[in-house]
Design a protein. Structure first.
Length: 248
């Protein structure tokens, strides 16, 4: 097969870039979007064929490519470490962009629980494993700092109360929001989620640190435990009533 004329190759890239500048990314189909992205990590190759290969390997949608593990991406001939890193970087960049934009210049959760749930939905965008995060906030819900505290669930051995406490002290805050995700399940809190939250609320109350809320992000959306009919009992001084609370 004859080699492609480098001048035609360069002209094709320039035409696609111009189309993007004039009409935006939505004017492309998925393989063209991926081809355009690969221009910036695969400079000396026709990325059209490579884009088709990658999409076919991971299910045909660009979102499936972004969700693919790095270890699987680098196995594709012609992709390489730089391109695989770019593909993993983009959705996390989008996550940061969306969560930062939601807060605005003053970094404040202006709309209360709805805004907090939206923020953490964006933080956990493209996260395919269970993680626990925390956000330190001021009295008027201005974000001081947000950080991943642990891998695993809020009730797993991977979660450290000490790590959460150290984070609060590092931020010199008296209010915390905690969040964890159920990447393959529902956002509904289990009995163990509620009990673990209750332990955290009580522990931090002794240090005059308020747990503002505990947000769960699932495949079906988000849940505020404090606003939940049954899970809100974690903030009560009374014993938790097990009836009606799901069991893992």
């Amino acid at each position: 097969m004859a080699a492609r004329d480098p001048k035609l190759h360069k002209g094709h890239r320039e035409r696609m870039k111009e189309q993007f500048r004039e009409n935006g990314l939505r004017s492309f189909n998925d393989h063209q979007k991926l081809e355009l992205l690969l221009f910036y990590a695969v400079p000396q190759r026709d990325t059209n064929e490579l884009a088709h290969t990658i999409l076919d390997r991971f299910g045909g949608r660009l979102s499936d490519v972004f969700d693919a593990p790095y270890s699987e991406l680098v196995k594709i001939k012609g992709l390489g470490e730089h391109a695989a890193t770019l593909l993993k970087l983009l959705p996390q960049t989008a996550s940061y962009y969306l969560s930062s934009k939601r807060l605005g210049k003053d970094r404040r959760f202006m709309e209360g629980i709805e805004n907090i749930c939206g923020y953490f939905s964006e933080v956990f965008l493209n996260t395919d494993k269970e993680e626990v995060h925390a956000a330190a906030v001021t009295a008027d819900l201005k974000l001081i700092r947000e950080k991943k505290i642990a891998d695993g669930t809020i009730r797993s051995v991977g979660f450290s109360m000490r790590a959460l406490m150290n984070f609060a002290f590092e931020c010199s805050c008296d209010r915390l929001i905690i969040a964890h995700n159920h990447p393959r399940g529902s956002s509904i809190a289990s009995k163990n989620d509620v009990k673990a939250t209750r332990e955290i609320v009580r522990h931090f109350k002794a240090f005059d640190i308020e747990i503002v809320d505990h947000i769960i992000i699932g495949r079906d959306g988000t849940q505020s435990l404090r606003s939940s009919y049954y899970a809100g009992s974690a903030w009560s001084d009374e014993d938790i009533i097990d009836e009606g609370i799901p069991i893992d």
